[in-house]
Design a protein around this ligand. Structure first.
Ligand code: CA
Length: 377
């Protein structure tokens, strides 16, 4: 359990012990190290003030914390003795759709008579604005949403609990230093703005989504809950995970081109009730994180500390690398993992993430846990 949480990683979170106020800590092995005394911006119940300081302060602080942790100079608590909180106040939340295999699979399932990819997909990172206020920390129960749903075979819509509740295994990127209204973040300026990476489960009610999404896109089928990991891995800790996106054809427009279309080598495991049911890899994503941020701001939309943008479902070309139950069960037609199609009440899903570390080992990103509770009457 302690593997992947060494001195080269030290992801940030917000924790409290019984009777104490929430403050910033770092994960080291199976402990949470209290770093509130290291600088004033860390003695806060959220990471935002620290994230807003920028890359020079992030690097300098990581170095100081690593030294202090290495010499046991800071208080540390066993993970089991602390409560973990949402690590940052979420500003705006944007969700992309950057996996070619996921977009192709969903196209085949939702629009079987048409080309799987819509004409814009290879020209821009498709996305939508989600709901920042319903982003919750890992471990928060997910109540089955109710809403309007209408299967193609049904005459009229009906109201009730979703019958096709799903996961989406994603990676999320957290903005540290924002940008002004009217300004753009260039594709080579990513590291000046983005603080770190979180695991994301973008819970999705497929029956609500399928009925409501035309023509304006996802709405209530997505906004009831989005889970993020309790730990934010600093971007710098993923230096050894840098790789390149696949060949992009047609060539992207100049504002999406950049000097280095880097991707991240992050392996994901989707665990359902204790069983690994899929192993997506972030390496296969078509659009790079920097291209997503450049596109998100190309119209001059401002960004703020705490803004979150997620990659979209991570799915690879093989059936056992699909990052949603929609794809794993092929629209509910092909049960998997002992008869599963969509989520049942009581199901627990854990998303685990790992990537290469500088010393040749691996670092473990914070996992994302959620258990489904029955719909409220
Ligand atoms: Ca999504």
């Amino acid at each position: 359990m302690s593997d992947g949480f060494g001195l080269d990683h030290l992801p940030y979170g917000v924790f409290s012990t019984q009777g104490s106020a929430p403050r910033v800590g770092v994960r080291y092995a199976d402990t949470v190290v209290d770093v509130a005394t290291v600088r004033p911006e860390l003695d806060r119940p959220r990471l935002n003030d620290f994230m807003g300081l920028g890359p020079a302060a992030w690097a300098e602080t990581h170095g100081r914390i690593a030294e202090l942790v290495d010499s046991d100079a800071l208080p540390a608590y066993p993970l089991d003795d602390v409560a973990l909180h949402l690590p940052f106040t979420v500003g705006d939340y944007v969700d992309f759709y950057a996996s070619l295999d996921h977009a192709s699979n969903v196209g085949r399932i939702f629009r079987p008579d048409q080309e799987p990819l819509l004409p814009n997909w290879r020209h821009l990172p498709v996305g939508y604005h989600g709901r920042g206020g319903t982003v919750v920390v890992s471990g928060t129960p997910v109540v089955r949403p109710c809403g309007q749903r209408k299967a193609p075979t049904e005459e009229a819509p009906a109201y009730g609990p979703s019958r096709r509740l799903d996961i989406e295994a994603e990676l999320g990127f957290v903005v540290g230093v924002g940008s002004e209204l009217g300004a753009r973040i260039g594709v080579d300026e990513f590291e000046q703005h983005v603080f770190g990476v979180v695991g994301v489960n973008d819970w999705s009610a497929r029956d609500i989504q399928a009925w409501e999404y035309v023509p304006l896109g996802p709405f209530l089928g997505k906004s009831f809950a989005t889970s993020v990991s309790a730990w934010v891995t600093p971007l710098a800790a993923l230096a050894s995970a840098r790789t390149h996106v696949p060949a992009q054809d047609p060539a992207p427009l100049p504002y999406l081109a950049g000097s280095d279309r880097w991707a991240l080598d992050v392996e994901v495991e989707v665990v359902l009730n204790g069983e690994v049911v899929s192993r997506p890899s972030y390496r296969t994503m078509y659009w790079s994180p920097a291209q997503m941020l450049a596109h998100l701001t190309v119209n001059g939309a401002s960004t703020r500390t705490g803004d979150l943008f997620a990659s979209g479902t991570i799915s690879g070309p093989e059936p056992d690398t699909r990052g949603s139950f929609l794809e794993l069960s092929w629209g509910g037609k092909e049960p998997f993992a002992g008869g599963h199609t969509f989520l049942e009440d009581g199901d627990e899903v854990v998303l685990r993430y790992s990537s290469p570390a500088p010393d040749g080992g691996r670092i473990t990103l914070g996992d994302v846990v959620g258990r489904i509770e029955p719909a409220r009457p």
